[in-house]
Design a protein around this ligand. Structure first.
Ligand code: MLT
Length: 321
């Protein structure tokens, strides 16, 4: 055996030895946004059943700021041992890379674990806002350029991209108010301190159901089964404004393959749990089909999404604040 072959064989043995005992201590799932928002909801729903499957606590931790780039960067630089994981979505793991000068590469510095679910955006307004439907909202914004305040989780977040897409489709101008996540932005919408949001269904639906905010449209081809009363953008007058915010889990690049396999198995078993499925569905989240829950499927989808969105976002010239 050559020296190089021996080194490779020893590295493989070390990797599988690392995976065999794994995990021996708590696993940290880094939410890059503030508590109470969409990523937090998915992380919290997944953490208990994943803890059970792994035999160690899966703890949700917060490293927030700059539309999620600080938290994702923390995981990209973490030890590749399976104890520090990134949970995030379309915006944190695709869009941000076309806007921010990142110190990490979202495709090369992270190891996909699996895709969890996806939810569309809802166009929602404070309860006291004068508009009763989407056409009235657009008419109001046209008559009052730059007057409406729109809550976002920062430039490049899902809510900000939804707002940018909405503005360009309607030819309106609004003022963005950035928060550390749409959890705190929702608190200000409820209090009437901001006017509207283009927010993930999972964050807005509980408030819509409670009658505390108004929902004008869902950014999807079909209505949500969790909220069939909300019209689609096609029905409400903004045809084709479709956005799907999909969620995944990643580990730092170089995490041993059998550790990734254990994490993926824990994610898959959590998603098979009827209680987990119910909680996600109630929030308007569509669970990733079983055959798409693999690390390979997330890797392929992540790459395809980057190829699709990066040229569009770069062409739009969106700049970090
Ligand atoms: C959050 O968890 O606060 C959101 O996912 C933010 C967003 O991207 O709009």
């Amino acid at each position: 055996m050559t020296r190089r072959a021996l080194c490779c064989a020893l590295a493989l043995v070390a990797c599988s030895a690392a995976g065999q005992g794994y995990p021996t201590r708590p696993v940290t799932l880094v939410n890059p946004f503030a508590a109470g928002g969409p990523v937090d909801a998915v992380a919290r729903i997944m953490s208990a059943p994943m803890s059970q499957a792994l035999g160690q606590p899966v703890l949700v931790d917060y490293t927030v700021g700059a539309a999620g780039t600080i938290g994702v960067g923390r995981v990209a630089r973490a030890a590749p041992d399976g104890y520090t994981l990134s949970i995030g979505h379309w915006a944190t793991h695709v869009i941000n890379a076309a806007i921010y000068p990142l110190q990490y590469d979202v495709l090369r510095d992270l190891e996909p674990v699996g895709m969890i679910c996806a939810n569309p955006l809802l166009i929602v307004a404070r309860d006291s806002f004068p508009a009763k439907n989407l056409s009235e909202l657009i008419a109001w914004l046209k008559a009052n350029p730059d007057k409406a305040s729109v809550g976002t989780a920062g430039v490049g977040s899902g809510s900000h991209m939804g707002g940018v897409y909405f503005q360009s489709a309607t030819g309106t101008k609004v003022q963005y108010i950035p928060y550390k996540g749409t959890g705190p932005a929702m608190q200000d919408l409820l209090a009437g301190r901001i006017d509207f949001m283009v927010d993930q269904a999972s964050n807005s639906l509980p408030q819509v159901r409670a009658g505390k905010i108004k929902a004008f449209a869902v950014s999807a081809k079909s209505r949500l089964s969790a909220a069939p009363e909300i019209p689609t953008v096609d029905e409400a007058g903004l045809p084709g404004l479709y956005v799907s915010v999909w969620f995944g889990i990643w580990a730092p690049k170089g995490t041993p393959r059998d550790v990734v396999a254990k994490l993926n198995a824990a994610m898959v078993s959590a998603l098979a749990d009827p209680a987990v499925r119910q909680r996600l569905s109630d929030l308007g989240q569509e669970i990733t089909p079983r055959d798409q829950q693999t690390p390979e499927a997330l890797a392929a989808f992540h790459k395809a999404e980057a190829e699709k969105w990066w040229p569009l976002v770069k062409a739009a010239g969106i700049k970090p604040e």
